[in-house]
Write a protein that binds this ligand. Structure first.
Ligand code: 13P
Length: 281
C-alpha cells in the first residue's frame, strides 16, 4: 500500500538532489509497465494523465485504476492530473483520490493564473491533495493540437506567483516544449538557476521527450525535482508493438498486451536511471 502525496515525494527528492519522473499513461498496460520499472529500480514515481487525454481514456475508468496500482505498488507512487484546465475535471480527479492536480493557467495573465491557482489550492485542500501550477509557457501542447510558442518564465513573476499562492510545485518554461522537438532544445539554464535561487518551491520540467541526458542532469542540479515524460513512452510502446508484428505475422492478443507493458517499462526505466531516483523508494 503506497499511494503517497506529490509534495512528500518532491521534498525527499530535494534532500537527495534527484528528480522524480512523472510518467503519462493511457491504459492499464502502460500503468503496469511503469510500476514494474519503479519496483525493479526501487524508485518512487508519479503516474499522471493530462486532461486533454481523457477524450481517449475516460477519467472514471483510468483514475480508479491508477489509484489501485499505486496502492498495490511496492514503491511510493503519487497519482497526478496533468495539465488540468477545468475546475470540473480537477474536482472529479480529486474525488477519485488523485494525490495532486496541476492547474495550467499559463495561457492567462499572471494575475488570472494566480487567482485560478488559489481557487484550485483551496479545492485540493479539502482532499489533502497537492497542486502544481505553470508560469511562462512551455511550447507545443500536450496532445499536439496546438503549436504554442514558448515563453520563458520570468524570475520576478516566479517570485510573485509563489509569494501569492505558496503552490506545492511550479512548472517553469525555459525553452522546453511538449512533443517531439523539431530542433535540438536550447534550455535556458541561467533563468532556471535564478528561479531556483529565488523561490523555495520544487520546480517541474515539462516536455521531457527529446531532452538529452546531460541537460536532464544539469536541470536536476539546478532544482528540477519533477520531470514529465509522455511522448517518449507512447513511442516506446508503439515501437515495441511494431517490433512484435515485424517478428511474426500472427500475434496472440496476450503477446500484444505484454509488448505494451514492456514498451512502457523500457522507457520509464531508462528515465528513472537518468533522473537518479533508483533506490530512493
Ligand atoms: P513530452 O510529451 O514532451 O514528454 O512532455 C510531457 C509533458 O510535459 C506532459 O505534461
Amino acid at each position: 500500500m503506497s499511494l503517497v502525496g506529490m509534495k512528500d515525494l518532491l521534498s525527499r527528492a530535494e534532500k537527495g538532489k534527484y528528480a522524480v519522473g512523472s510518467f503519462s499513461i493511457a491504459n492499464m498496460e502502460m500503468i503496469m509497465g511503469a510500476i514494474k520499472a519503479g519496483e525493479e529500480l526501487k524508485s518512487p514515481m508519479i503516474l499522471q494523465i493530462a486532461e486533454v487525454r481523457l477524450n481517449h481514456t475516460p477519467l472514471c475508468l483510468i483514475g480508479p485504476m491508477m489509484i489501485a496500482a499505486a496502492k498495490n505498488a511496492k514503491v511510493p507512487v503519487s497519482v497526478h492530473l496533468d495539465h488540468g484546465i477545468t475546475i470540473e475535471r480537477i474536482k472529479e480527479a480529486l474525488e477519485i483520490g488523485f494525490t495532486s492536480v496541476m492547474i495550467d493557467g499559463s495561457k492567462h495573465t499572471l494575475k488570472e493564473n494566480m487567482k485560478l491557482t488559489k481557487e484550485v489550492i483551496s479545492e485540493a485542500k479539502k482532499y489533502n491533495a497537492d497542486v502544481e501550477a505553470e508560469i511562462g509557457r512551455v511550447g507545443g501542447s500536450e496532445d499536439g493540437s496546438e503549436n504554442l510558442s514558448a515563453l520563458c518564465t520570468g524570475v520576478n513573476e516566479a517570485k510573485e506567483f509563489y509569494a501569492q499562492t505558496s503552490v506545492d510545485a511550479l512548472a517553469v518554461a525555459i525553452g522546453n516544449a511538449h512533443g517531439v522537438y523539431l530542433e535540438k532544445p536550447e534550455l535556458n539554464f541561467d533563468i532556471l538557476d535564478k528561479i531556483n535561487k529565488s523561490v523555495e518551491v520544487p520546480l517541474v520540467l515539462h516536455g521531457g521527450t527529446g531532452i538529452s541526458e546531460d541537460d536532464f542532469r544539469k536541470c536536476i542540479s539546478l532544482g528540477i525535482r519533477k520531470i514529465n515524460i509522455a511522448t517518449a513512452t507512447f513511442a516506446s510502446v508503439e515501437e515495441n508493438v511494431r517490433r512484435l508484428y515485424e517478428q511474426s505475422q500472427k500475434v496472440d492478443y496476450f503477446e500484444l498486451h505484454q509488448a505494451e507493458i514492456e514498451g512502457a517499462y523500457l522507457n520509464v526505466k531508462r528515465h528513472m536511471l537518468i533522473f537518479g531516483s533508483q533506490n530512493k523508494a
